[in-house]
Design a protein around this ligand. Structure first.
Ligand code: NAD
Length: 243
């Protein structure tokens, strides 16, 4: 059975790389962009999470992020997040790369973690570049978060069409070179860079396991596809690996 094989490989692995996407948080009630509930006021994320959208209408983009932040902060980590925190405690060498901005991995206890696309609780000044927790920012006269330098702040999130912040992916590629198992969870694989890090690990010899209820861009390349929701599959995988 696939999950048994994956569990055997996981129990033997020395260097475990995990890449997660929006799907792992779906069972916490946070919609994925491309799935059901991905629309807000009839708009697609791809129409809001861009520098052009922010230049055109910063208020609309902030309204969306304030709504999303509320959804994320009210959500709780699910058994999938918790299983990965447990895996981190058991694996000799471990790295979790997430595309998610919802903060649920750290809240579940993950520490060896890189949030590649930023964090919903942070803003960055469009003038001086300072990164600040949103709770520490005042609104300007226009009602939008304003930096202490007076500049308009934007969500500290990597938007569609933007380049990764310098050095962000280096730690992932460095780990990919030594990974012996790569676990890809809840990502369509359509966001190029994290999928490329996972694929790099596979090319360098890591055993690749994809966890997703639906086929993804990575399922075919994976050595095993564990078909199902991550909140069910991941706890079962960990249980079997260390039973
Ligand atoms: P995506 O929306 O493109 O794909 C989500 C994937 O999750 C799909 O392949 C889907 O089949 C799978 N999925 C759905 N339910 C699942 C479940 N219960 N268990 C496991 N998998 C499940 O998301 P993406 O590939 O992560 O990329 C979209 C971009 O959107 C990313 O850049 C990410 O930063 C951002 N995003 C983040 C959040 C968040 O922080 N929670 C939410 C939405 C989008």
């Amino acid at each position: 059975m696939s999950i048994e094989r994956a569990a055997e490989r996981l129990a033997r692995a020395e260097h475990v790389l995990v890449v997660t996407g929006a799907g792992i948080s779906a069972e916490s009630g946070i919609p994925t962009f491309r799935g059901e509930g991905g629309l807000w006021r009839g708009l697609h994320a791809q129409d809001l999470a861009t520098p052009e959208a922010f230049r055109r209408n910063p208020r609309l983009v902030w309204d969306w992020y304030r709504w999303r932040r509320g959804v994320c902060n009210e959500a709780e980590p699910n058994p999938g997040h918790q299983a990965l925190a447990e895996l981190e405690r058991r694996a000799p060498d471990f790295l979790l790369l997430t595309q998610n901005v919802d903060g649920l991995h750290p809240r579940a206890g993950s520490q060896r973690l890189a949030e590649l696309h930023g964090c919903i609780d942070q803003a960055r000044c469009t003038i001086c570049g300072a990164i600040t927790h949103l709770d520490e920012l005042q609104d300007g006269d226009d009602g939008l978060p304003s930096c202490s330098c007076g500049g308009l702040a934007r969500p500290h999130i990597l938007w569609f069409g933007e380049a990764y912040w310098e050095g962000t992916l280096d730690v992932g590629y460095a780990f990919a070179a030594r990974a012996d198992l790569v676990l890809v969870v809840g990502t369509s694989g359509m966001v190029w860079a994290p999928a490329a890090v996972a694929d790099q690990a596979r090319r360098a010899g890591a055993f690749m396991v994809d966890v997703n209820p639906n086929p993804s861009e990575l399922s075919d390349a994976a050595d095993l596809w564990l078909r199902g929701p991550s909140g069910v599959v991941l706890p079962e995988l960990i249980r079997r690996a260390w039973s």
